[in-house]
Design a protein around this ligand. Structure first.
Ligand code: HEC
Ligand code: HEC
Length: 451
């Protein structure tokens, strides 16, 4: 039975008040494909030891990240065996659905995809991986995963209902159905609710404080340069990417077209020094009209992130990830669709900044613990000669892991940022937190006031 028909019949049975013992009990357990996906997402039975689910590393209650310590201050994830460590930080899955399918063949035209290096083309494609990954969920083959699914009669009924009675006749079909269901959950409004203070400010339901407003202006201005990479709808330059922007109810203006700030380099709002809340009148309607801002252009850059030396020494001490330790993280060059030009080394997909204040640690290797450090790091990268020390180590910033490909031009800033500018940016980034994660916002550091 097709999904539409099932849903229709389900709605009718609900409307008629039919009990859950009706022929559509399965859809009663899982009234939508995304509710089925949500259940699969947190089902530990899909891992060999029955201890690990997607949610172990993408905790749906904590910003969809791996908030376990894992013996490495949450820098990387621990597998189902309780021993194996990965080598990259688990990104939030909130708003991941807005990354378009991967396209491109080289450093300059690569765009979209899932993972830090885009090697999974789409969410559905990505969801096929973790159950079979030896150091993640560790199942030996697809048939074993499907057998685990079939232990649950509610799943069996729902799969047959959504994907047809013959769905279990073929392992590949059933496995793809599982991945599609998980992807449907990842695409749901529940995972990307657009209900942060920033979103509320756009609809007039929240008034940004002075520091939040100044931070926003600075963020969207060439003085910080952030939107050269971290904007879906306001960025500059070629390859404007609107993602899979399914224009959301009443929100998006939809369509491609010129970004509201114009395509020219260096255009945009005024200078940082001049960050002026009165300019909000200017920027807010433009942001609101532009549609869903996911704070990434989904392209690939090297922002000069250093390697995480304490993580690497730990991995070495426990005898893990030796191949990775020998080569370092190749970034985009790990993507098999990319040509072998070394220009792709050390580039990573620009991550979304939504929920950023609750998804520490930062960067592909979790090298920075605090948001404030990240912003100071950008000020240093942008050329502020005074910003010489990493506040987390108290010593000079380490060099980029791959110095050759750092996007110096895009990272450059005209004027050094003051501590107040940096605080304002931090206050603004905190407004990008979805309502349900607000409770996890770190308490304001001493000296930081966002009012
Ligand atoms: C053992 C921990 C672990 C488990 C279990 C796990 N993931 Fe992940 N996930 C990660 C890590 C680490 C990355 C980043 C890896 C990389 O970029 O190479 C990631 C990346 C992703 C991404 C890409 C997000 C982006 O913005 O690029 C998606 C989507 C995702 N995971 C979904 C899932 C789903 C769905 C499941 C369950 C079927 C799952 N993950 C299970 C650790 C995990
Ligand atoms: C040249 C493009 C570029 C510019 C300009 C840029 N970023 Fe980034 N940003 C990236 C990339 C790429 C990463 C991921 C790098 C990595 O993990 O190695 C990143 C990562 C981050 C992270 C950590 C995200 C996470 O999930 O760990 C934050 C926070 C951030 N950027 C904020 C900013 C702010 C604020 C600005 C402006 C001051 C800015 N960025 C300017 C490309 C850029």
């Amino acid at each position: 039975m097709s999904k539409k028909v099932t849903q229709l019949v389900f709605s009718i049975s609900v409307a008629l008040g039919l009990s859950s013992t009706s022929a559509f009990a399965a859809t009663d357990a899982f009234p939508s494909l995304s509710s089925l996906g949500k259940s699969l997402f947190s089902d530990t039975n899909l891992s060999l030891s029955r201890t690990q689910s997607c949610s172990s590393c993408h905790n749906a209650e904590q910003g969809f990240i791996d908030n376990r310590d894992n013996g490495v201050e949450s820098a990387v994830s621990l597998g189902h065996d309780g021993i194996s460590l990965g080598n990259r930080n688990a990104p939030t899955l909130s708003y991941a659905a807005f990354s378009p399918n991967f396209t491109g063949t080289n450093a300059n035209n690569a765009s979209g995809g899932q993972f830090w290096d885009g090697r999974a083309a789409s969410l559905s494609n990505q969801a096929e991986g973790p159950p079979l990954n030896a150091i993640e969920m560790g199942m030996l083959n697809k048939a074993d995963v499907i057998s685990r699914l079939q232990e649950n009669t509610d799943y069996v009924a729902a799969f047959e209902s959504y994907f047809g009675n013959t769905v279990f006749d073929d392992v590949e079909t059933a496995y793809t159905a599982m991945a599609d269901s998980i992807a449907a959950f990842e695409e749901s409004d529940e995972v990307s609710p657009f209900d942060s203070k920033f979103d509320q400010a756009l609809t007039g339901d929240y008034s940004l404080s002075n520091s939040e407003a100044r931070g926003m202006n600075l963020f969207f201005s060439p003085a910080s340069g952030c939107v050269r990479c971290h904007s879906t709808v306001m960025g500059q330059g070629r390859n404007q990417n609107r993602g899979n922007l399914q224009a959301r109810g009443g929100r998006g203006a939809g369509g491609r077209g010129n970004p509201p700030f114009g395509a020219g380099r260096g255009t945009g709002l005024g200078g940082a020094g001049a960050a002026n809340p009165s300019r909000l009148d200017n920027i807010m309607p433009r942001l609101a009209a532009a549609g869903n801002e996911v704070f990434s252009n989904f392209r690939y850059f090297n922002n000069g992130t250093p390697s995480n030396t304490s993580l690497n020494s730990f991995l070495q001490s426990v005898g893990q990830q030796s191949e990775f330790l020998a080569t370092g993280d190749q970034g985009l060059l790990n993507n098999p669709l990319i040509n072998r030009n070394a220009n792709s080394r050390g580039r990573f997909k620009v991550p979304t900044l939504r929920n950023i204040a609750v998804t520490a640690p930062y960067m592909h290797n979790g090298v920075f613990k605090n948001l404030n450090t990240v912003i100071k790091f950008y000020d240093h990268q942008g050329g502020n000669q005074q910003r010489i020390n990493n506040p987390e180590t108290g010593t000079a910033w380490q060099a980029a892991e791959v110095p050759e490909t750092v996007s110096r031009r895009r990272l450059g800033i005209r004027n050094a940022m003051s501590d107040t500018d940096i605080n304002n940016l931090e206050c603004f980034l905190r407004t990008l937190t979805d309502q349900k994660f607000e409770q996890h916002l770190p308490t304001l550091r001493e000296g930081l006031s966002c009012s």
